[in-house]
Design a protein around this ligand. Structure first.
Ligand SMILES: [Zn+2]
Length: 356
């Protein structure tokens, strides 16, 4: 490639076309029946993920990582569901994701409670367990009435009073009581199989809330962004995106695109790797009506993280009219000639560069 093809700092970019544009706004629509189906589907997702978390959690648990995975599961499944059901309301979907996350984690704790109950029942039988629990829960009354009780009951009361740990276990007669008991035991953080710090009562409750917040937060964010994606109301179908760029940082397309001015932007070639600060443009159009319903432009700023993975950040979302599709594609495509002459020139240039 010769030097002449590299754009210089003071280059001005020719205007291709100008359009009336408006800020992109998510469609927001949904059918009530579809919303109910979405909620039902999220309920099933919550139960499945909660059950998996409960099962895995019996053996090991990676703090923060597991909740993040569950959150990605809730949000990812929720995004797939809402796309299938065409629910496009970001506010409703974000709260549905939040609720699904809370539900998944509650399911996990509830199944832990059920397993605890099963172990207790298995050890002493349901009737016996119920009986001891009743005594344990009302231990103070039984203690006051001790003299009037039959002898075996007196013995039971004495045994329970003598062993506060056992008393606590038998006082667990409900799900909230189980959570309270678990907090009293405290969440123990282990490191490489060794026992570690016990978080204590308050610490454990905060820890569970943080876990729930991670799961619910991911459900919230992922479902909200999926629901906000461009949608063609006329065809009742999601639009599809095509990627353009990267545009090097010397040309900031934000101002012009926002104003509806489409310029012939410089685009990096195949041998010109993407750099931090570059711009990427998504054009969202509907295949069914071939862009009749307009094109949504999402301008994204590129960064490169520590693992050399390219990251995108949405900077601007603008809705262009249907006529803008062709000029936008032209403006955002590298070296695509507008006239026959320049096409021949470009081909010639390409030939030369191949020979060189
Ligand atoms: Zn359409």
């Amino acid at each position: 490639m010769n030097e002449a093809s590299v754009p210089e700092e003071n280059v001005t970019f020719p205007e291709v076309a100008r359009f009336e544009v408006r800020e992109y706004c998510a469609d927001g629509g949904f059918a009530f029946g579809s919303l109910l189906q979405l909620c039902g589907g999220l309920g099933v997702v919550g139960i499945i993920l909660g059950a998996i978390a409960h099962f895995v959690g019996q053996y090991f648990w990676f703090i923060l990582i597991f909740p993040a995975l569950i959150g990605l599961g809730v949000g990812g499944a929720g995004a797939v569901l809402l796309r299938k059901l065409r629910v496009r309301n970001p506010i409703i979907c974000s709260f549905a994701g939040l609720a699904a996350g809370v539900f998944a984690m509650t399911t996990m704790h509830y199944l832990d409670y059920r397993a605890f109950n099963d172990r207790m029942t298995g050890a002493m039988g349901a009737e016996q367990l119920d009986f001891i629990r009743q005594v344990a829960v009302n231990i103070e009354q039984f203690q006051q009435d001790r003299e009037n009780l039959p002898e075996d009951l007196q013995l039971l009361v004495d045994d329970l009073l003598a062993d506060p740990e056992a008393l606590k276990v038998f006082q667990v007669n409900s799900f909230p009581a189980f959570m309270n008991y678990s907090a009293e035991l405290g969440v123990e953080l282990s490191h490489r199989g060794r026992k570690g710090m016990n978080l204590g009562y308050t610490g454990s409750i905060i820890y569970w809330l943080v876990e729930m917040l991670i799961v619910a937060g991911l459900g919230f964010v992922l479902m909200s962004s999926a629901a906000a994606q461009p949608f063609c109301v006329a065809c009742h179908e999601w639009k599809k995106e095509k990627e353009y760029g990267p545009i090097p940082p010397l040309c900031n397309p934000q101002e012009s695109l926002k104003e509806g001015r489409v310029l012939k932007y410089p685009i990096r070639g195949d041998n010109d790797p993407v750099q931090p600060g570059d711009w990427n443009v998504q054009l969202w159009t509907c295949d069914d009506c071939e862009g009749e319903s307009g094109v949504d432009v999402i301008l994204r700023l590129i960064s490169i993280d520590d693992n050399k993975a390219v990251q995108y950040k949405d900077v601007e979302k603008i809705s262009y009219p249907a006529e803008a599709v062709a000029p936008l594609v032209y403006a955002l495509t590298r070296d695509e000639p507008a006239k026959g002459e320049s096409a021949a020139a470009a081909e010639q240039e390409e030939d030369e560069s191949q020979q060189a």
